[in-house]
Design a protein around this ligand. Structure first.
Ligand SMILES: Cc1cc2nc3c(=O)[nH]c(=O)nc-3n(C[C@H](O)[C@H](O)[C@H](O)COP(=O)(O)OP(=O)(O)OC[C@H]3O[C@@H](n4cnc5c(N)ncnc54)[C@H](O)[C@@H]3O)c2cc1C
Length: 394
């Protein structure tokens, strides 16, 4: 049994596997990689409970660039992940995102964000209520001031296949996936030296990556650091509608914070609980009341035929929520120079996986960002308590 690895990823879902994939794909990295994951079914990982969409409509150029790389990765998914000619079926559907504006203030914000998006090459466009209705004739636009539609590059995919693509290729490339749980991390001065597993096994490490999703804070605590990430409940509901809608139903975000989109023959929806507070790490409960009290009335307000729907299925989920600024946290700290954060995705970590996996690989291999400069998202801002806000959070 190997007792030492150059890099150990704590958590083997979307982010841990994206890091393992990128390291083992990089010809300049010639080290060994282990991924420690207690649950190979991934049943209770966010990655298995997501809604699997990708967009260019962010407010920060760095987040737009990160998702644009995610889109490139998806476009070349087969070449990127295939093992002996086979890759998982991604089933990508480019149906766009549609943000609905409530009033003139919303319109002003949408336009300012659109300017940034255009500067980054994302051709989003504003629609008046009449134009929104012409494009989506099933909608009631009487209570919106307008909308912003993304390009048809934005869309949805099979999130499980996406992450399995990385995972299978990383394993093929030589990464070891170890079924166990990290219960402690050994340190010496400003360096981590290895991890202690629940089984009692101890493994030395040259670098350790925190990819533990909502449990990021627990892992950071093992090396005496803090990270403002907590689990927040996000329930997903799938419903059927009696009346068939013939037109595109993009991922539509209402001013109330409810979102819905077509999912195969049904529709998928979710919202933000009120109050939106930290929950227990083991809480995967379905918030049924949310559907009855908040989500159903809202979707029926904007799409009147959604008055006649029935729930097909639902599941509980967690966001790894960054309470400082809702943005991902990447990088190390002077206190622990070979301990790497990749945390706090606040609901957009699947689409950010390709770029973040590549970036962590760059930090470990070269000691710097080589492609997308993510310095503004570094752990340094957390230590200084200086938020870097992303304003388009779903
Ligand atoms: C309802 C919902 C909708 C979403 N929709 C989207 C979307 O449309 N688009 C998008 O981009 N993102 C979306 N997301 C977010 C996305 O799912 C996450 O950002 C992404 O999956 C994060 O992956 P992760 O690997 O960081 O975390 P996780 O998937 O949570 O994985 C963390 C892993 O760490 C392991 N772990 C924990 N503690 C330890 C330990 N001590 N030792 C070893 N392993 C440990 C866990 O077992 C787990 O497998 C959504 C999330 C939810 C809940």
């Amino acid at each position: 049994m190997v007792d030492s690895y150059d890099v150990i990823c704590i958590g083997g879902a979307a982010i841990g596997s994206a890091v393992a994939y990128n390291l083992t794909e990089n010809p300049d990295f010639d080290g060994t990689v282990a991924v420690i994951e207690p649950d190979p079914s991934y049943d209770l990982a966010q990655t298995s409970r997501a809604q699997n969409s990708i967009r260019e409509q962010f407010s920060q150029p760095v987040n737009i660039a990160i998702s644009q790389y995610g889109l490139d990765f998806i476009e070349n998914f087969h070449e990127n992940t295939q093992v002996e000619g086979e890759s998982p079926e991604l089933n990508y559907r480019g149906t766009g995102y549609l943000f609905l504006a409530r009033d003139d203030d919303d319109l002003e914000n949408f336009e300012a964000q659109m300017k940034v998006q255009h500067e980054c090459g994302a051709m989003t466009r504003m629609l008046t209520p009449e134009e929104t209705l012409a494009e989506f004739p099933y909608m009631d636009v009487s209570e919106i001031a307008g909308s912003r539609m993304g390009t048809m590059k934005e869309g949805s995919f099979d999130g499980w296949a996406f992450f399995q693509g990385y995972r299978q290729r990383a394993i093929h490339n030589g990464a070891d996936y170890i079924k166990d749980r990290v219960v402690d991390i050994n340190t010496d001065g400003t360096a981590v030296t290895g991890v202690v597993l629940e089984s009692g096994r101890k493994i030395a490490a040259g670098h350790v990556v925190n990819a533990a999703g909502p449990r990021a804070k627990v892992i950071a605590g093992m090396v005496g650091l803090d990270v403002p990430v907590e689990p927040r409940a996000r329930t997903s509901f799938v419903f059927d509608c009696r009346t068939k809608i013939e037109h595109n139903v993009p991922l539509t975000i209402t001013p109330e914070g409810v979102h819905f989109r077509r999912e195969q023959h049904h529709y998928m929806t979710g919202g933000v609980p009120n109050p939106d507070v930290a929950i227990e790490y083991d809480d995967w409960e379905i918030r049924h009341d949310e559907f009855e009290e908040q989500i159903w009335p809202t979707v029926a307000k904007y799409v009147p035929v959604f008055d006649q729907i029935h729930k097909v299925t639902s599941w509980g989920g967690q966001y790894a929520y960054n309470t400082l600024d809702h943005n991902l946290i990447i990088g190390n700290s002077p206190e622990m120079t070979n301990f790497w954060f990749a945390n706090g995705f606040s609901g957009h970590g699947l689409q950010q996986g390709p770029a973040v996996g590549r970036a962590v690989n760059e930090l470990i291999t070269y000691g710097e960002f080589r492609t997308i400069d993510m310095s503004v998202l570094s752990y340094e801002r957390i230590a200084k308590n200086e938020p870097f806000y992303e304003n388009v959070v779903i």
